[in-house]
Structures are given as structure tokens and as C-alpha cells.
Design a protein around this ligand. Structure first.
Ligand code: HMG
Ligand code: MG
Length: 288
């Protein structure tokens, strides 16, 4: 279906990771089960990261074991290193994501190492993933702007995207972490990536802190990108990007795409129900 756009739901991971008060495992499970009724093909369910760094997602294994897994949905998780990948395997995760950045300072704050070291940490993950037939996605944070270094050179993003695909990622998701990327800047970033890659290897991951996200989706579509990350209720933010708000809201992206004649196969009534739950989780720290 050439008109089909894939919306990758991020809220249980990118949405919840930044919430200060611990949301109970039971509520996370209920939320993910509800998200499973919306028509998403993929839900980023949790992260196998250090519980000291991101305490909110320290229950990843319990969450994976507790959810009702729909056959047609891939339940994915972040894995920053081999230990994380081993834990993800134990949880029978359908797909993992490795993550690095186009800014050295952000990468250090986020994963305690420089960009090259993070790429080296991914090698054993890719090897084990191949053996276990687990697809690996790659993220690049700070594609346009870094909270610590400000300007980010689009060339750097292109180089890292190329490296991630060469290593074995099936797709690279371009993260506008701070939400400051204008569509002109995003356009430059995508053009750099397309020197090495075809658009089917790219996805857009736009935080909506400054309401740039929908314009960034539009410009990405012009380049032929067909996968976008979003969160119901616009839930989220990154713990190492101070002040950054959530991913662009799933409902907004869906409305935009439908108005442009694309298909997404999402159930808007169910998404609205999930928006309410997302709001409850954010405001009251609980499902109800
Ligand atoms: P480190 O402290 O340098 O790791 O953290 P280490 O290897 O030195 O180990 C230190 C301790 O952590 C050891 O335990 C390890 O066992 C443990 P101890 O001996 O002290 O008891 N450890 C782990 N435990 C559980 N799972 C693991 C793991 N690894 C080590 N996987 C590390 C390095 C990468 C682990 C840490 O920095 C970390 O967990 N960072 C994660 C940060 C994070 O999750 N950030 C948010 C997600 S990225 C994001 O939001 C951006 C994105 O949305 C795109 C965008 O918007 O830009 C994707
Ligand atoms: Mg993000």
C-alpha cells in the first residue's frame, strides 16, 4: 500500500521515561493493553537501561511478561548495551532499538560515553540480534540541535545514520530531541542522510516542544519518509534534554496524514481513550 504511513507508538517508553513519580507496573500493563487496540503495528513498550539512570522503566521485564501480546503487533524496547539486550531477550522482546546522538555532550549525558564508544557497544547487540533474529532499529538524538552544544551539523547525522545502517539496523529514526529543529534544518538533515540511504531506511522522531513537529513530518513526507514516531497525548520528554516535551501527539500526526490523503489504519476512538489515560498517568500518576 504505497499510501500507507506507519505510526510507531512511543508513549510507554518515550512518554513515561521522564515521569518523576513511579507509575505502577500494573497501570503500565493496562495502558499498553489499551494501546494494543488502536491499530498500531509497533509499540515501544519499555527500555532495558540502567535502573539508576531511568528508574521509571526499571520494571521492563515485568511489563513485558504482564502484557497481552497481540500477534500482529511488535512490542519493542531500547537496549543501550549488551546487558540490556540480554535482558530484552529474556523478556522475548520482538524488536530492539539502539540509540546514540549526533552531539558528543548529549551522548555522554544520556549514555555515559562518546559517540564512537556507543557505536562499539552496539556491535555485540547486532551480532546477538542476528543470531536470535531480532530486528534492530537505530536512533540518532539531537539531529538539529543539542541542549548542551546548540547547533548540530547535518553532515554528522548523515555519517552516523550511514554507520548504523551498515552495522545492521533496518531503519534509523531521526530524533529532534529538543523540538527546536525547523523544517529547513530537518530538510538539510534528511538530504544528508539520503546521500547514503534510501528514504525507506529513515523514520522521523519529532518532539513537539516548539510546535515544529508537524512541519517536520510534512517535510519528511516530501522526501519519501513513511514512518513516524509519536505518543498518545503527546506524552513524554527525555530525562537528558531539560525542558523538552513529548513526542508529537499520535492524534495530531494521524489527523494530518489523513487530511493529506494518507492511510494509517488507526482507530481514532481508541486513540482518544488512550489520550485520557495518558493524561491521567501524567497528572495523577495512575491509570484512572
Ligand atoms: P554506565 O553507568 O556507564 O554503565 O551506564 P556501566 O556499564 O558502567 O554499569 C554501571 C552499572 O549499571 C552496573 O551495575 C551495571 O550492571 C548496570 P552495578 O555493578 O553498579 O550494580 N547496567 C545495567 N543495568 C541494567 N540494564 C542495563 C545496564 N547497563 C549497565 N542495560 C548506560 C551506561 C548506557 C547503561 C546508562 O547510561 C543508561 O542506562 N542510559 C540510558 C539513558 C536513557 O534511557 N535515556 C533515555 C532514552 S534515549 C531517548 O529518549 C532519545 C530518543 O527518544 C530519541 C530522541 O528523542 O532524541 C530515543
Ligand atoms: Mg525521544
Amino acid at each position: 500500500m504505497s499510501n500507507f504511513i506507519n505510526i510507531f507508538e512511543m508513549s510507554p517508553r518515550d512518554g513515561l521515561q521522564n515521569e518523576k513519580n513511579f507509575i505502577s507496573t500494573e497501570d503500565k500493563i493496562k495502558f499498553i493493553n489499551k494501546l494494543s487496540s488502536c491499530g498500531f503495528k509497533k509499540i515501544e513498550t519499555s527500555s532495558f537501561v540502567s535502573p539508576k539512570w531511568v528508574p521509571q522503566l526499571s520494571d521492563a521485564l515485568k511489563v513485558f511478561r504482564g502484557i497481552n501480546r497481540a500477534e500482529e503487533i511488535k512490542y519493542t524496547a531500547l537496549t543501550p548495551n549488551e546487558k540490556g539486550f540480554d535482558n530484552a531477550l529474556e523478556a522475548k522482546v520482538d524488536e530492539v532499538a539502539i540509540f546514540t546522538a549526533a552531539s558528543e555532550t548529549f551522548n555522554k549525558k544520556n549514555t555515559n560515553c562518546d559517540i564512537n564508544t556507543s557505536l562499539n557497544r552496539f556491535k555485540p547487540i547486532i551480532q546477538k540480534a542476528k543470531i536470535n533474529k531480532v530486528p534492530v532499529r537505530g536512533y540518532i538524538s539531537c539531529i538539529s540541535h543539542c541542549p548542551y552544544e546548540n547547533y548540530v551539523d547535518p553532515k554528522k547525522v548523515g555519517e552516523i545514520a550511514n554507520k548504523l545502517i551498515k552495522m545492521g539496523c533496518y531503519e534509523v529514526s531521526l530524533g529532534d530531541t529538543t523540538g527546536k529543529g525547523s523544517s529547513e534544518q530537518t530538510s538539510k538533515v534528511i538530504a544528508e542522510c539520503l546521500q547514503f540511504l534510501t528514504p525507506d531506511k529513515l523514520a522521523g522522531h519529532f518532539h513537539d516542544t516548539f510546535q515544529n513537529a508537524l512541519n517536520n513530518v510534512k517535510i519528511s513526507l516530501e522526501y519519501g519518509i513513511k514512518t513516524f514516531d509519536s505518543s498518545v497525548g503527546g506524552l513524554g520528554g527525555c530525562p537528558y534534554s531539560p525542558g523538552a516535551k513529548g513526542n508529537v501527539s499520535t492524534e495530531k500526526v494521524n489527523d494530518l496524514l489523513l487530511s493529506m490523503g494518507y492511510e494509517t489504519n488507526l482507530n481514532i476512538t481508541k486513540i482518544k481513550e488512550c489520550n485520557k489515560i495518558a493524561l491521567n498517568l501524567k497528572e495523577h500518576g495512575s491509570y484512572e
